[in-house]
Design a protein around this ligand. Structure first.
Ligand SMILES: Cc1cc2nc3c(=O)[nH]c(=O)nc-3n(C[C@H](O)[C@H](O)[C@H](O)COP(=O)(O)OP(=O)(O)OC[C@H]3O[C@@H](n4cnc5c(N)ncnc54)[C@H](O)[C@@H]3O)c2cc1C
Length: 421
């Protein structure tokens, strides 16, 4: 417990309640589901930073950032802008991490999101960077045609408001109101790509980090470079990777056990998506826009509604409960079972089906899960630095499971690093 602090229980319309620290156990006992439904938690003293994150360099430092997801990219961008010497080590051959737009194996330039898709209108950090890089936004949802609410044996045509009311019922009130959500025209990966363009050669791709060490003078990072181990030293290291991967990186011998336990035990949720490309959008002839929510809380989207036709993509978004069922199948079965599930909802789907694709986040070697809810106590413990080692990422923010969370956590880490001696 941290004397004198207070935790604020927020909904997306503003601060709903201020919790004295005495009741933090009560706060911790909020289930993830209730938490998602009711609130986002902001802790007094670590509230959201706004742009510009830092305006002046206290003392230029050499900084190694591990991970070129939204947290690592935004930290790298802000720290370099302020005059620090930044190197980002990224295991993959692309930037963006869990912001990934799938363009293969689709035809005609069609695309769909594997990860981050919606940008809520109150995610100020995400929207500020979108604006900063001049990226065009468009509505997330179509206002035309009908969506579906699907119960076990029945389906009902509803407006797009009816669809987002369904989302609110399952996932929390912040999902209500279709006009509150945007997406980046051309794919959300244009946001990490914009950061990466500015950072250029400061990002080293294909460079998975395997070890971090530190002493009173320096931090050292060991990474793999074309099969060989390489070591670089820095004043500060920022770990911007999910704990599901950080737990595989060797940490300094004196790294506290309590912190190792938090990193080792953080649970990551499973999400699986299945995509079906069709040669025409036959559902539109029936007055449907390709969006639906089922009583199993599976979302069905037609991400191509705003892209040129005639081909289209319909996809399922399976969260924990359903995601594991999809993950347990062979890839071809994931596609055929989804075709069986969706054909009765969208007449003509099977007849027009051309090819499928899948994304199972638990299987992604450099994610190993979709997102994590750390809880207030571990959030406070894991957000501080450990000597020269700092931490950021979606999991270290009240806005967990959103790009805003990655950016919020990175803003906090950037300030810590900039102000460090
Ligand atoms: C299915 C899904 C749906 C989502 N929907 C939304 C949404 O609608 N709206 C929204 O705003 N957000 C959404 N999100 C959340 C958003 O995508 C994430 O919160 C955010 O992208 C996380 O960024 P990050 O930098 O914290 O982590 P990551 O994106 O995971 O970045 C970490 C980076 O570290 C790299 N890495 C890992 N291990 C190592 C290593 N050992 N060495 C070097 N590099 C390493 C990884 O390759 C990765 O690039 C969604 C996420 C998922 C998975």
């Amino acid at each position: 417990m941290c004397g004198g602090k207070a935790a604020r229980l927020r909904n997306f319309d503003g601060i709903a309640d201020v919790w004295p620290i005495d009741s933090i156990d009560q706060l911790m006992s909020i289930t993830r589901r209730t938490f998602l439904k009711q609130s986002t938690i902001a802790i007094a003293g670590v509230s959201l930073a706004r742009l510009p994150i830092i305006t002046a360099t206290v003392a230029p430092k050499k900084i190694i950032i591990i991970g070129a997801g939204m947290a690592g990219l935004s930290a790298g961008y802000e720290l370099s802008q302020a005059g620090h010497d930044v190197t980002i080590l990224e295991a993959r051959t692309r930037p963006g991490g869990r912001v990934q737009t799938l363009r293969e194996p689709f035809s005609d330039g069609l695309y769909a999101e594997a990860g981050a898709a919606r940008i809520p209108d109150n995610h100020d950090l995400t929207l500020k960077y979108v604006k900063h890089f001049d990226l065009p936004l468009e509505p997330m949802y179509p206002s035309q045609l009908s969506a579906l609410r699907v119960e076990r044996d029945s389906k009902q045509e509803v407006s797009i408001d009816g669809f987002t009311d369904g989302l609110a019922q399952y996932f929390g009130s912040e999902f209500r109101g279709p006009t509150r959500f945007s997406k980046i025209k051309g794919g959300n990966d244009n946001l990490p790509k914009a950061f990466a363009r500015r950072l250029g050669a400061k990002i080293r791709y294909g460079s998975p980090v395997v070890k971090i060490d530190q002493d009173e003078k320096f931090a050292r990072v060991v990474f793999m470079d074309k099969g060989a181990r390489q070591t670089i030293s820095a004043d500060r290291v920022l770990c911007a990777v999910p704990f599901s991967l950080l737990r595989n990186i060797e940490m300094p011998a004196n790294f506290p056990e309590s912190r190792r336990d938090i990193i080792k035990n953080l649970h990551y949720d499973s999400v699986s998506r299945v995509y079906l490309q069709t040669k025409k959008r036959s559902w539109e002839d029936k007055g449907l826009n390709g969006f639906a929510i089922t009583s199993d809380a599976v979302e069905i989207w037609q991400p191509t509604w705003s892209q040129p036709g005639p081909r289209g993509i319909i996809m399922t978004y399976n969260r924990p409960g359903q995601a594991e069922r999809i993950a347990a199948m062979k890839d071809s079965d994931r596609i055929s079972s989804t075709l069986n599930q969706l054909d009765p909802l969208f007449p003509g789907l099977r007849d027009n089906f051309e090819r499928g694709a899948t994304k199972v986040w638990m299987e992604d070697e450099w994610s190993r899960g979709a997102w994590a809810f750390i809880g207030v106590r571990d959030f406070i413990a894991a957000s501080s630095s450990e000597g020269r080692i700092h931490f950021a990422g979606e999991h270290l923010s009240p806005f967990f499971s959103w790009m805003q969370g990655a950016l919020d956590s990175s803003a906090r880490a950037v300030k810590q690093i900039n102000e460090a001696a």
